[in-house]
Design a protein around this ligand. Structure first.
Ligand SMILES: Cc1ncc(COP(=O)(O)O)c(C=O)c1O
Length: 372
């Protein structure tokens, strides 16, 4: 049996939507972007949303638009794009440790790092589960810090029934492994109309567009912008994906429950389900004995199961970022050595889930026995 780590849920609806836009001749940012933005903002519960070409671009442009050049507190336990965006914007990443169970930063790990140079906190909702937001929001208010949520891995996830990306400024990814996809793509969510307009201008060559100027030949840059737009074709695909997001997330949750029930919890620790959080399992990550983790990934791959590791090495151990590693990140280091990602996508079948359970339990037992 061959089971990939992830698989996008693309059906005829997306093919038809893309074809229809291709035939329309309007291929760059267009009416489908506006529709996608409107629907996405409504879904997340913010006043505005802005399509963009990736989540990395989203994180970067939000920092740029807000002129954040000081310290930004982020986890090291994340995909490197979180830190790269901070660097690209000319700010400095400060790495916060995480809660070992969830892999998320907490107010307790963030608080000691706040200085007079701190300008923003950028928590990551790891693998589909929200951070505990109330205490983080409190810290932001107390110290007047901007809250930017890296919600790349948590589309549709909630904390106290509110969607991630609605607590601060939300940045989302539509990379093919994410809960919905446009191939490459991203979204920014905000309640600030001016921020949305500034970003819209910055990602379109710095030319402020409105209905009057859109068809005008006098195009004038008001800032030194760039081109980070999403195409109308991809926005049309995103709109179709968004319509089925709840259904896709429910399937992920159902599969996660099945895997958790079947795994031998003495030796394979399933993902935590934290209070107040609705997990949407962008990834299904387990913890195993660090001594066997790497070999277990290899063995699972040999029997056709696309296992992987997210994330190791953590960012502060990566060549470029070592110079920013000043903090004690013991939970980050510990989790990076024990975490393992098993396949997770809506289309998984029961016989595939059974195979993942049986092989994971069998191979983990065998590797542990071989060590004794
Ligand atoms: C936490 C996190 N932030 C940012 C990104 C970057 O997203 P994109 O590939 O859309 O730039 C990812 C994607 O893998 C991610 O997992």
């Amino acid at each position: 049996m061959k089971i990939s780590l992830s698989k996008p849920a693309i059906s005829n609806a997306e093919l038809k939507a893309a074809q229809s836009v291709l035939k329309s001749g309007w291929l760059t940012d267009g009416p489908k972007n506006e529709q996608f933005e409107h629907s996405f903002a409504k879904y997340v519960g913010t006043k505005h949303a802005q399509t963009i070409n990736s989540c990395a671009s989203a994180l970067f442009i939000v920092l740029k638009a807000l002129n954040i050049k000081g310290e930004v507190i982020i986890p090291s336990f994340t995909f490197v794009a979180t830190a790269n965006a901070v660097m690209a914007a000319g700010a400095k990443p400060v790495f916060a440790d995480i809660d070992f169970e969830s892999g998320n930063v907490t107010a307790d790990t963030i608080k000691p790092l706040i200085t007079s140079r701190t300008e923003a906190i950028m928590p990551v909702h790891f693998a589909g589960q929200s951070c505990q937001m109330d205490p983080i929001i409190k810290l932001c208010r107390k110290h007047k810090l901007v809250l930017i949520e890296d919600s790349a891995e948590a589309i549709g996830s909630t904390y106290k029934n509110k969607k991630t990306g609605s607590f601060g400024i939300g940045c989302f990814s539509f990379f093919p492994t994410k809960n919905i996809t446009t191939g490459e793509g991203g979204m920014i969510t905000t309640n600030d109309k001016n921020l949305k307009q500034t970003i819209k201008t910055m990602i379109s060559h710095g030319i402020a567009k409105n209905t009057k100027t859109r068809y005008n030949w006098q195009r004038e840059a008001v800032v030194a912008g760039f081109n980070l737009r999403m195409s109308n074709v991809l926005a049309a695909i995103g709109l179709e994906q968004l319509k089925k997001l709840n259904k896709l997330n429910n399937l992920r949750r159902q599969h996660a429950r099945y895997l958790t029930a079947g795994l031998d919890k003495q030796i394979v620790i399933p993902p935590s389900a934290k209070q107040f959080c609705k997990h949407v399992y962008q990834m299904y990550t387990v913890k195993v004995d660090p001594k066997i983790r790497n070999r277990l990934v290899e063995k699972l791959k040999k029997v056709g199961i696309g296992a992987s590791v997210h994330f190791s090495p953590p960012v502060h151990q990566q060549k470029f970022y070592k110079k920013f590693a000043h903090q004690n990140l013991k939970n980050t280091d510990k989790l990076a050595n024990s975490i393992l990602t098993l396949p997770m996508y809506p289309d998984l079948k029961i016989k595939e889930l059974d195979y993942i359970i049986n092989q994971t339990n069998r191979l983990t037992h065998k590797l542990l026995e071989d060590r004794t």
